[in-house]
Design a binder for this molecule. Structure first.
Ligand code: ZN
Ligand code: ZN
Length: 116
């Protein structure tokens, strides 16, 4: 259940037509505020985690933010013909070994590990 950020009225789920698609929108009956119903359509990246879509959306949002601050390097993507990828390192858990480098294609978002 969600409430209007403007007036605090409980939002109702209403069908809307947008770009030839039917989209469920949470709509305030008092002041007309609308927002997409993410609980029904956690549509980001076509991946749907059924048990907790809210948390899923929050995680994606944070990752997207972090990716924008990541450095990019020139590397050929295995999936498409792009040659720029975000790069970051993750320390392997419980070991003193060097960290693993991950790459994410800036075009198709394919994420992979770089083996050195
Ligand atoms: Zn309202
Ligand atoms: Zn790619």
């Amino acid at each position: 259940m969600e409430f209007c950020v403007e007036c605090g009225t409980r939002l109702k789920t209403v069908k809307n037509q947008a770009n030839n698609q039917t989209v469920m929108m949470l709509t305030c009956s008092k002041c007309g505020q609308k927002k997409p119903d993410l609980e029904i359509y956690p549509k980001l990246n076509n991946k749907i985690i059924k048990h907790n879509p809210k948390q899923f959306v929050a995680i994606i949002g944070r990752e997207e933010q972090e990716f924008t601050t990541l450095p990019t390097i020139r590397v050929d993507c295995p999936r498409c013909n792009n040659n720029i990828a975000n790069v970051w390192q993750v320390q392997t858990r419980g070991s003193d070994e060097s960290s693993t480098q991950f790459l994410r294609c800036t075009q198709c978002n394919f994420t992979y590990r770089e083996y050195t």
